[in-house]
Design a binder for this molecule. Structure first.
Ligand code: GA4
Length: 319
């Protein structure tokens, strides 16, 4: 299949940037709310270090994903096609987006993971345990960060964001991407430019670069790999709930000519019927309300009816 590489005719610039690293250890915590807010206003993106997620939870997860992608294609296909959940290869979403990537997209609910694991692994109990424990840990990390954000923003109810993700009927999803090594001059597009629709994304990769963020149209900043850290990015819903104070960063993944890359992402989302609206404290006469209220179900439907790179939040702008 021919996959469009970053368009050579479009002027693209690669810009190195020192992206913020936020220390979540007890000694870094007092500064964290302010630093997180600054990072999310400026980049919608930062790296969480000293995050407290135990290394063995991470290594078991890495082992489980490496085991799956090493299986023969015919066995991997038994876990697909992605509907959107399950195993997918090259095709992303339902509207013709493609990339040099294979992936597993899973519901984050432990019961769903356990049920699906039978088609994913010869040792489904081990696979689902690795995934479920990992999801629990990164969900806690996401919630901890959301509470620090609310504190830094001066929102009175500091669990207003994390509560949505912790809800029993929360709609968070989990994704494992595998980008095969691709020998080309400029990286092929593995996963095209887009923003994440949810509230917050917690991402880790192996020690192979490929993720890039766009802070300005056509200007790409490579994100250096750091398997010991988690990259955190603001999703569309958080941009709406912060009334545009935080930006949902556009990003993409390109393949690496020398090594394959694996990335693991938790997308923290609210229940389908959750009403998403700008926080009252963040709407002021100088900063009027930017978005009309909507439910996550409405937003998700819009996301799946559009292309990967479409700016779906624009549909909900207040006039
Ligand atoms: C991008 C973020 C997550 O990977 C994802 C993706 C989803 C999918 O692959 O099924 C989407 C994409 C993502 C945004 C627009 C729609 C939906 C593919 C697509 C074209 C799981 C998600 O929630 O939104």
């Amino acid at each position: 299949m021919v996959v469009a590489s970053p368009n050579p005719r479009r002027a693209e610039k690669i810009q190195a940037l020192e992206l913020p690293a936020i220390d979540l250890s007890p000694s870094g915590r007092s500064a964290a709310p302010r630093l997180i807010v600054e990072a999310c206003e400026r980049y919608g993106f930062f790296k969480a270090v000293n995050h407290g997620v135990p290394a063995e939870i991470v290594s078991r997860m890495d082992e489980a994903s490496a085991g799956f992608f090493a299986r023969p294609a015919s066995e991997k296909r038994l876990a697909g096609p992605a509907d959107p959940f399950g195993y997918g290869s090259k095709s992303i979403g339902f509207n013709g987006d493609v990339g040099e990537v294979e992936y597993l997209l899973l519901e984050s609910d432990p019961a769903f993971v356990s049920r699906r694991s039978a088609s994913i692994s010869d040792d489904p109990t081990r696979f689902s345990a690795a995934v479920n424990v990992y999801i629990e840990a990164v969900k806690d990390l996401a919630c901890d960060i959301l509470d620090l954000m609310a504190e830094g923003l001066g929102v009175r109810d500091t669990s207003v964001f994390s509560r949505l993700i912790r809800a029993v009927d929360g709609d968070s999803v989990f994704r494992i991407n595998h980008y095969p090594q691709c020998v080309v001059l400029h990286g092929e597009v593995g996963f095209g430019e887009h923003s994440d629709p949810q509230i917050l994304t917690v991402l880790r990769s192996n020690n192979v670069g490929g993720l890039q963020i766009s802070l300005e149209d056509g200007v790409w900043t490579p994100v250096p790999p750091d398997p010991a850290a988690f990259w955190i990015n603001v999703g569309d819903l958080l941009q709406a709930m912060t009334n545009g104070r935080f930006s949902s960063v556009r990003h993409r993944a390109v393949t690496n000519p020398f090594r394959s890359r694996t990335s693991i992402a938790f997308f923290g989302a609210p229940p389908l019927d959750a009403r998403i609206a700008p926080q009252r404290e963040l709407v002021t006469p100088r900063r009027p309300r930017l978005y009309n209220p909507f439910t996550w179900a409405e937003y998700k439907k819009a996301a799946y009816s559009l292309r990967l790179g479409d700016k779906r939040l624009d549909l909900f702008k207040a006039c």
